[in-house]
Each structure stands twice: as C-alpha cells, then as structure tokens.
Ligand binder design. Sequence first.
Ligand code: FMN
Length: 210
Amino acid sequence: MIPFDAGAPGSLAAAGEADDGAPADPFALLAAWLPGWDGAPLGPMTLATIGRDGYPAARTVLLSGFDGERFFFHTDARSAKAAELATNPRAAATLVWPEAGRQLVVTGDVERLTASDAAAAYSHRTRYLQVLAWANDAEMAQHSLAERRERWRAFDAAHPPGMLAPPPHWAGYALAPVRISFWLADDAGPSHRLAYERDGGRWALAALPG
Ligand SMILES: Cc1cc2nc3c(=O)[nH]c(=O)nc-3n(C[C@H](O)[C@H](O)[C@H](O)COP(=O)(O)O)c2cc1C
C-alpha cells in the first residue's frame, strides 16, 4: 500500500487542508501525499501511454519511486510500453486511495533512466520480481503452465538469492509532470479537484469540479 498522510478515511480535515490552503507549488502537496520514499516500490499505479495505433494504452505498473518531482517506473525494454515511449515520450499515471478519498493524476514527459539508476531500483525489488524480470518474455509466454513453472524453478535454482543483476532489457523511466491534479472526496459536499498546469517557469492552479 502506498503510504500517505491522509488523516481519517474520507477525512474532511484532510480535504479542507489541501483545498483551502492549496500551495502555489504542487510538489509541496505531492510531498504530503507521497512522503518518505526509502527506495522500495511505493505501490501500483495505472500508466497510460499513446499506443502506436493512436488508441490509448493503459496498464498497471509499480511506482518504483518518487524523488519529490519525478515518478519512476520500470519495465522490460522489449515491451509495448517501451516501444510506445520511444515513439512518444509522454504518459499519464493515476494513483488512487479509495479509503482516503483521494486520486492523483499526473501527465508529463518521460525520460529513460541510466542503467545504474535502473539497477538501484532492481536491487529494491523482491526476489520474485527480480526473477520475473529475467524469466517473463515472449518466448516463455508460449509454453504451457507446467513448462513455465519448470523453467522458472530451474532459473531460480541456478541463481541463488543475492546473485542476480538486472537483465539487459531492464529499463527505468522518469515521468516529469506538466499537469498534476489532486482529487479530493468530501462526504459533506461535492468532490473537488486542484488542477495544476506548468506554465513556463510557474504552475497555474485551477479549482475544478470533481
Ligand atoms: C499490480 C501490478 C503491478 C505491475 N507492475 C509492473 C511493473 O512494475 N512493470 C512492468 O513492466 N509490468 C508490471 N505489471 C504488468 C503490466 O501491467 C503489463 O501487463 C506488462 O508490463 C506489459 O505491458 P505492455 O504490453 O503494455 O508493455 C504489473 C501488473 C500488475 C497487476
């Protein structure tokens, strides 16, 4: 679960705090919603890219980290999303905290991370996810369940814990927002959005209906 500073579920205090005291800088609000990244993945988010056929393409990925300004995620460089980002380095991500009545939508520009940055994130993945990054390709997907499990077992046995380096196709990306919207539930009134848009060197803020 992604840590957040939410107050009580559906907390009006939490909503009002962000609403009436909306900071000019959305990163101040992001720091409150996504505090304390220790290097481990923060939780799932929906990542939307621009499909090569023009249709949107969406899937869940782990939010690998947040450095105060950029959202990191990791994937297989041979994946559809990697090809889409190579063509169109733009994406949107949504995170939702239903119990707290919060949704975050971030739209922006995507850059590939260096291999050493990506390797640091790999070291913070669980053993299962480290093996998955090696043993989850198009060729593997063609085999039966029994065969996939056998290949997994053999790979796992041949690579003791602590010995795995990221595969060559392990790729990290940073999403730098140009638009950030904070959606807030309110159990005594309408839901509400604080919508920030980068405007040159500053952020424009609009209050929008939920
Ligand atoms: C909870 C959850 C977390 C996931 N995390 C990742 C991830 O961090 N990176 C990744 O490449 N795929 C992740 N996946 C798998 C993707 O949703 C997707 O199926 C895969 O990356 C292929 O996507 P693409 O063909 O659109 O590139 C995750 C799936 C789920 C359900």
